[in-house]
Design a protein around this ligand. Structure first.
Ligand code: BDR
Ligand code: CA
Length: 312
């Protein structure tokens, strides 16, 4: 089993990423879930993480609330995509579980230091604030991680919250810049791949037809989060971003990637939060990330569906 920690702002697509991991105990030992402000404010991302653990019947996994705002900027949220709760769609009960004592950033630092170097994979599904703060407080932990697998950025597909920037990077570009400069091993699942992982009617029905509560919840979530993106892009089905992180950790063979240099624009108003990915190696800047360019969407949805089927 691989030891993993989620850093997340659930979010329907974060939810599917987490549920898929919860359904994969043979491969993944989830040490904890750290929440961050992003799609919605922190109190709601934390509540949503707890709801997911209750849905999947995994109350033993600790949830720690992390940062409630980006390192330097006011928070930008995305209720227009995810709804007021962040998890609109299914009717999940209010959680009885509560978040654990201790700030999410301290949980990250302590947990990464407590485990042997090179053993923990950090799965980042939201703005990178918690990691930016953790690496600033405790620079030693970057090299102790096995790697960071993150959803964020775009190169060939440009941005989604501005023409240049993808949401997770845009919300906290300073934190993202710290992460890319940290020396940690990083794999990026950008819009270049997630835009081609689309939740068509048939794929959503595949979750709904599983006959379990989790499958019904996933179908309801995707039916909700679809409506905005389908209108925006004019595609059949909306991109299902964050589960690409879990799928990459479980089945890297589904994806193709190459080593690149990535730097994050933090200054320009026009392009703030842009991931400047040197895909063709024209600068000679050092490679600091693996950039995923494509993936097999049928294999991706088959994997997600097969895993969600295992849950309650
Ligand atoms: C990312 O932004 C959020 O709205 C999603 O949860 C995903 O992490 C996609 O740009
Ligand atoms: Ca997210």
């Amino acid at each position: 089993t691989q030891k993993v920690i989620f850093d997340t702002d659930p979010g329907q697509d974060d939810a599917v990423a987490i549920l898929t991991a919860l359904a994969s105990p043979e491969e993944l030992d989830i040490l904890g879930i750290v929440t961050v402000a992003g799609n919605i404010p922190l109190s709601l991302t934390t509540k949503n993480a707890l709801k997911l653990l209750e849905l999947a019947g995994r109350p033993e996994i600790p949830v720690h609330a992390g940062c409630e705002r980006p390192m330097l900027r006011p928070l930008v949220t995305a209720e227009h995509v995810h709804g007021q709760t962040g998890l609109d769609g299914p009717d999940l009960p209010e959680p009885t579980l509560t978040a654990r004592e201790g700030h999410g950033v301290d949980f990250l630092i302590e947990t990464i230091r407590a485990h042997p170097a090179g053993t923990i994979r950090l799965m980042a599904l939201g703005p990178l604030t918690n990691l930016g703060v953790a690496f600033t407080k405790a620079p030693d932990i970057a090299a102790r991680l096995k790697d960071i697998v993150l959803m964020g950025g775009g190169c060939f597909e440009c941005g989604n919250i501005t023409p240049a920037a993808e949401f997770n990077i845009y919300v906290d570009p300073e934190a993202a810049a710290i992460v890319f400069a940290s020396g940690a091993a990083i794999t990026v699942l950008p819009l270049d791949v997630t835009h081609f992982m689309r939740s068509t009617r048939a794929r959503i029905a595949g979750f709904g037809d599983l006959g379990n509560s989790s499958g019904a919840a996933v179908a309801a979530m995707l039916n909700f989060s679809e409506r905005f993106d389908v209108e925006k892009y004019g595609w059949e089905g909306a991109p299902l971003h964050d589960p690409c992180v879990t799928a990459f950790v479980l089945r890297p063979d589904i994806f193709t990637a190459r080593p690149v240099n990535v730097e994050v624009e933090t200054g320009s108003l026009l392009t703030r939060g842009m991931t400047v990915c040197d895909y063709w190696g024209v600068t000679g800047r050092p490679q600091n990330a693996h950039w995923v360019r494509s993936g097999d969407s049928d294999a991706y949805f088959a994997l997600l569906t097969e895993r969600i089927a295992r849950l309650l």
